[in-house]
Design a protein around this ligand. Structure first.
Ligand code: C2O
Ligand code: CU
Ligand code: CU
Length: 548
């Protein structure tokens, strides 16, 4: 139940929004009906209209933008302002990581490296503001992690040198300058970091997959554009609170993307690289959701292939899936869609204000977004057009990899409470302070974090640096999520395996086990934060220190 004090704090936000003018008006007009599934108005490149899907999907190749770079030595990476044609024929200001290797130039390269190898790179800041790179999902010493305190000023340089201790998997890297992360990531500073190992090679061999051909890294992002086709990023008071939602959906930076496929199995390494949007992903033919098989999550392969028909993917999360495109006939299309859902399902009217028809606060705030595509609205992400080719039916292996459960006997329990106050979301009542440590953890300790999100909240994708965790249990899940929880203890397919980001829905408590064993010298301070990047920038982040 909501506490009275929170209501007042939240009412304060509403009052500010009202004073701020137009945005507040949306509450009573079109936005809230759209949120409730009301009339949707079409616009250029809107992802709801299937007929818009005509731009060829951008697929990374051996060099250039998002080229696959097999690391062969130290890299010099320069973060720089550039432009990029996001909408066809229009250049937009964009930020890029530029580098080169063996005479080839890359922008935002998909870095690929063998598990156990050494990674050496220097970052040069060619931007007009501070920045730093964080290696999302990697277990590295704090000094190599891209903690926001490590930012470098314009013209500055940061040297990275670490061993990739992680198992094979789809990791990523992005900017982490506090207060600037959301904007810099939105403008482009992010890409994949693929780690290879024997398990990964075994899977690709079993399905005869080839990176860039049938094994496709696919980053999903939503963005807004102005009338000139330039990226627009202007979070107002309520968007800083709810997160910035786009209304044009990009797959590998391609709006309304289409890709030809043949009747065989494809691997899609899905990354939600959006600032704030949550996707409820499904592959749909006509109106029929098709089966697909999840083989991996954030930290690499799961134990067994799991066949499902939908999965939620929150900002920061990855889902490695196999899709048999032969489920459709030649000439038919399969759409990767985000299905409709209610982000505030559990909220009910608990946070409602008098005279607001019992609408919850989170729901009301969400209704005030400037995006023409409300959170939870159904739309398409990518069209797969099935073309003639040999029908290849792949047999799923019984095991993919080993995921040893973290031994939790005698583990310390820690309460992590998400809440709100002073117009921002808080973790254990705190807002981020660069040099404040929220709590200490002992090196080698196993802890169980009970992450709870009050009923009147909104969903928060919670992310840890430095370590991965295992999801033990979900308690109090909203019905739409509980309906897909077939993996014991309320868990869904996105909760399996090794995770670094977990979505915590309103009313839920998610229990995760973390093993804080490491062999880095001295104390190590990392952040734990919400991966709704506007939330993180607004201070929904804490430092924790792993003591030597
Ligand atoms: Cu991708 Cu601190 O996160
Ligand atoms: Cu991270
Ligand atoms: Cu959040």
């Amino acid at each position: 139940m909501m506490r009275r004090r929170q209501l007042f704090q939240f009412a304060g936000v509403a009052a500010v929004a009202a004073a701020g003018g137009a945005a507040w008006m949306y509450y009573g007009s079109g936005r809230s009906t759209a949120l409730a599934g009301g009339p949707f108005r079409h616009y250029p490149f809107d992802p709801v209209a299937a007929e818009n899907f005509q731009q060829k999907l951008f697929i990374p190749v051996g060099e250039g933008p998002f080229g696959v770079l097999d690391l062969a030595g130290p890299l010099k990476i320069r973060a720089t302002a550039a432009s990029f044609p996001l909408l066809p024929g229009r250049e937009s200001p964009f930020l890029l990581y530029q580098t080169e290797q063996a005479g080839k130039a890359y922008q935002n390269p998909i870095l690929r490296i063998e598990s156990g190898a050494r990674f050496t790179a220097s970052l040069e800041n060619g931007l007009a503001e501070s920045t730093i790179i964080h290696w999302h999902g990697l277990h590295v010493p704090a000094a190599m992690d891209g903690h926001p305190a490590s930012v470098i000023a314009p013209g500055g340089r940061y040297d990275y040198d670490f061993t990739v201790r992680d198992r094979g998997g789809t990791y990523w890297y992005h900017t982490h300058a506090h207060n600037l992360t959301a904007k810099q990531a939105y403008y482009g500073l992010a890409s994949f970091f693929l780690v290879d190992d024997d398990d990964q090679r075994r899977v690709n061999k079993a399905f005869d997959l080839q990176l860039g051909v049938t094994d496709l890294p696919l980053v999903i992002q939503d963005k807004q554009f102005d009338a000139q086709g330039k990226l627009l990023y202007q979070p107002g008071v309520h968007e800083a609170m709810m997160g910035w939602l786009g209304d044009i959906v990009l797959a590998n930076l391609t709006p309304n993307a289409v890709q030809a496929v043949t009747p065989r199995t494809y691997r899609l390494r899905l990354l939600n690289g959006s600032n704030a949007r949550i996707y409820r992903l499904a592959f749909v033919k006509g109106s029929t959701p098709l089966d697909f098989t999840v083989i991996g999550t954030d930290g690499g392969l799961i134990e067994r292939p799991e066949t499902v028909s939908e999965a939620f993917l929150a900002p920061g999360e990855r889902l490695d899936v196999l899709l048999d495109a032969g489920q459709a006939q030649v000439g038919e299309d399969i759409f990767l869609k985000s299905l409709t859902f209610d982000a505030m399902e559990n909220e009910g009217s608990a946070g409602g204000m008098p005279g607001m028809g019992g609408m919850g606060m989170g729901r009301m705030m969400a209704g005030m977004s400037s995006s023409r595509l409300p959170l939870g609205h159904e739309f398409n992400v990518l069209k797969l057009s099935v073309t003639a080719g040999e029908r290849v039916v792949a047999k799923l292996p019984t095991t993919l990899s080993q995921v040893k459960p973290i031994p939790t006997e005698g583990a310390a329990q820690r309460k992590i409470e998400l809440s709100m106050g002073q117009m921002r979301f808080l973790i254990n009542g705190r807002t981020f302070k660069m040099d404040e440590i929220a709590f200490d953890v002992k090196r080698g300790a196993v802890e169980i974090w009970n992450i709870s999100n009050p009923t009147l909240g909104i969903p928060h994708p919670m992310h840890i640096h430095g370590f991965s965790f295992q999801v033990l249990e979900r308690i109090g899940s909203p019905p739409q999520l509980a309906a897909t929880a077939r993996f014991g203890k309320g868990r869904t397919v996105s909760d399996l395996g090794w995770k670094d980001t977990v979505l915590v829905w309103p009313g839920e408590t998610v229990r995760v086990a973390i093993n804080f064993t490491h062999d880095f010298p001295g104390d190590q301070t990392y952040v734990f934060h919400c991966h709704n990047l506007e939330h993180a920038d607004a201070g929904m982040m804490i430092n924790f220190r792993v003591q030597a």
